[in-house]
Design a protein around this ligand. Sequence first.
Ligand SMILES: [Mg+2]
Length: 163
Amino acid sequence: MRPILAVDVDGVISLFGFDSPPPSTEARYELVDGMLHCISLRAGKRLERLAEHFDLVWATGWEEKANFYLPTVLGMAELPVITFDGAARFGSAHWKLGPLDQYSGDRALAWIDDNFDESCYRWAREREAPTLLVPTDPAEGLQEVETEALVAWGLSLAAEAGD
Ligand SMILES: [Mg+2]
């Protein structure tokens, strides 16, 4: 079974806090609930590559809105969505732990997010299945270096499993 890849949106695909905006070839602007979001097209391409090695799932306060907006902008397939029942708080990620734990069960899991705190790392250490937290800089989003690390991690798990 392939590992799960839980994907945050704000700070991973939707960039903020940058000094100068990315060139228009690398980003598209989308108005979501009255807020302008700068969507990284490069992050989309990288997710597409990661989908060859992982089962992707949205783990974001956007919840269903991620599938409403992002597949068309990024040219990717819709993904399963983890729901948080209104627990979402911008600028943190600890509220994702319960639902993420339930969703992932005993499967290997990587998680890309810009807001890990100590509770997230503790949870990752205590999981029995292989677990990898991948922090991002919200001004840059998902970068090449993290993408390559994730692919290598996925391949090493597959090699261990003997396929
Ligand atoms: Mg975020």
